[in-house]
Write a protein that binds this ligand. Structure first.
Ligand code: SAH
Ligand code: SF4
Ligand code: F3S
Length: 470
């Protein structure tokens, strides 16, 4: 998954705001945290909390945290330092401010957070969000709560469903977690420890939730999982279904125009899923399929369990099934033992694939992972230099991809107000943000537009009514 998204979950329930307690949720990390923040907000509504986007007016502040790299985890402690001052000021006025830490730092550090950050009232791991109301009650009674067990019950069974008004307020695109946790144990990664073992949500739960989202006006659903394509469940025919089967079923929901899924592991890209890309128009031609490195030696040390050649062959098959598919990936430079020659292999695989989008990172040593035990750590300057070279290449490819879109007529899902009055921002099939002149009443519509130009992070387009689609 990529950890660069942050969508607001507040802005809801405006009418109830005046008299209720308010919760401010700050979301760090990946899309799954964005989804979870929404579900926590729903659970807190039952306790009388309405969401706010103003931290200063909140009675409860929740940090939904990320542990993936050292920097991500550090951010949480600096935020908690600032919150301590805020809490003290409130206390001086005789007012309450509760502070909770959720997400992957909560899971990884548990009690340690209470020791390091005296302002924190509760620490809640990702598998216990359904117990948040209970934790909150205990915290309001003066206890400091840590709940980071891997609960045996299914949290999704116990979390309240998002109501229609909230779905509407969150917009026309939505995330839906279908799978959580990871059994792959890549040697650099904390996720198997912070999210626990791989668990798939049952088929019927997912279909019901997707239907509810569509009933609430959602046009595009992105299925989420740390290894989303490892999703398995018993289908309505009593047979074992994989993600491909699920996508065919979801594509039948009337009104659901677009489907995406993220993040996939190359090992779990099965034939059925590739066929879904061939057959389903609703399945958008964009695939985030991280490879991390291009050297077989490093891939092996990372425990990715495939070679560079296998990855390239896989992409060839996917492109054969869906020729207009845009590829996206994640890369780590400076994994322990990575030589110049290994790094050149990474540049080579990038050249071969030609990515439309990518995320790249310096290897960050994570306590408790096997990578942290390795002796031949790469010096920081070398990591920085490699990252710069890799990013230059990836940016060049991204810019070339954006440029190749100019002149094309595409379907645009209108999502939200643009920067200028009279403009909206929409999503292209390839997940690009596109600015176009359109009326606010068109949000949720899919219109034909012609791409006229590129900006630093988005494209420009004009309505193409009457033009023949490309
Ligand atoms: N499940 C996904 C990745 C989830 S983490 C997968 O298997 O591809 C998102 C990205 O963060 C990873 O793809 C990786 O590129 C990066 N990442 C994970 N651990 C890291 C670490 N220790 N240092 C630097 N980057 C890391
Ligand atoms: Fe982390 Fe690897 Fe699992 Fe992805 S597959 S979440 S990188 S351990
Ligand atoms: Fe996501 Fe960060 Fe956890 S990427 S799974 S929030 S460690």
């Amino acid at each position: 998954m990529n950890e660069h998204v942050s969508l607001p979950v507040a802005g809801e329930d405006a009418a109830k705001r005046q008299n209720s307690r308010k919760v401010f949720i700050k979301t760090y990390g990946c899309q799954m945290n964005v989804y979870d923040s929404g579900r926590m907000s729903d659970a807190l509504a039952g306790e009388g909390y309405v969401p706010t986007e103003e931290m200063g007016e909140a009675d409860l502040i929740l940090l939904n945290t990320c542990h993936i790299r050292e920097k991500a985890a550090e951010k949480v402690y600096s935020a908690l330092g600032r919150l301590r001052d805020m809490k003290n000021e409130r206390a001086a006025d005789g007012k309450e401010l509760m502070i909770g830490v959720a997400g992957c730092v909560a899971q990884a550090e548990g009690e340690e957070i209470l020791r390091r950050a005296p302002a924190v009232d509760m620490v809640i791991g990702p598998q216990t969000y359904h117990r948040l109301p209970e934790a909150l009650k205990r915290a309001r009674d003066g206890q400091r709560v840590v709940d980071t067990e891997y609960a045996v019950e299914d949290k999704f069974e116990h979390l309240p469903a998002t109501d229609k008004a909230r779905i509407r307020a969150r917009g026309v695109t939505a995330f839906l977690t279908v799978q959580e946790g990871c059994d792959k144990f890549c040697t650099f990664c904390v996720v198997p420890y912070t999210r626990g073992a791989e668990v798939s949500r049952p088929f019927s739960q997912i279909v019901d939730e997707a239907q509810r989202l569509v009933d609430g006006g959602v046009r595009e659903i992105t299925l989420l999982g740390q290894n989303v394509n490892a999703w398995r469940s018993v289908g309505p025919d009593g047979r074992e279904w994989s993600l491909g089967n699920l996508l065919y079923r979801l594509a039948e929901i009337p009104g659901l125009a677009r489907l995406r899924y993220t993040t996939s592991h190359p090992r779990d890209m099965d034939d059925g899923l590739i066929e879904a890309h061939r057959d389903l128009r609703a399945l958008m031609p964009y695939l985030h399929l991280p490879v991390q490195a291009g050297s077989d030696r490093i891939l092996k040390a990372m425990n990715r369990r495939h070679t560079a050649a296998e990855y390239l062959r896989l992409i060839e098959r996917i492109r054969k099934a869906r020729p207009d598919i845009a590829m996206s990936g994640d890369f780590i430079v400076g994994f322990p033992g990575e030589t110049d020659a290994d790094f050149e292999d990474t540049l080579r695989i990038v050249e071969e694939v030609n990515y439309a989008q990518a995320f790249s990172f310096k290897y960050s040593t994570r306590p408790g992972t096997p990578g942290a035990e390795l002796s031949d750590q790469v010096p920081e300057e070398i990591k920085a230099e490699r990252l710069e070279r890799l990013q230059a290449l990836l940016l060049k490819q991204q810019a070339a991809f954006a440029k190749s879109c100019v002149g094309k007529v595409i379907d645009l899902l209108l999502e939200k107000p643009g920067r200028m009055p009279g403009q909206l921002i929409g999503r292209s099939p390839w997940l690009q943000s596109v600015n176009v002149d359109a009326k606010a009443s068109q949000i949720g519509d899919i219109i034909k537009v012609r791409i006229t130009g590129t900006g630093p992070n988005s494209l420009f387009a004009e309505p193409a009514e009457g033009l023949i689609g490309a």
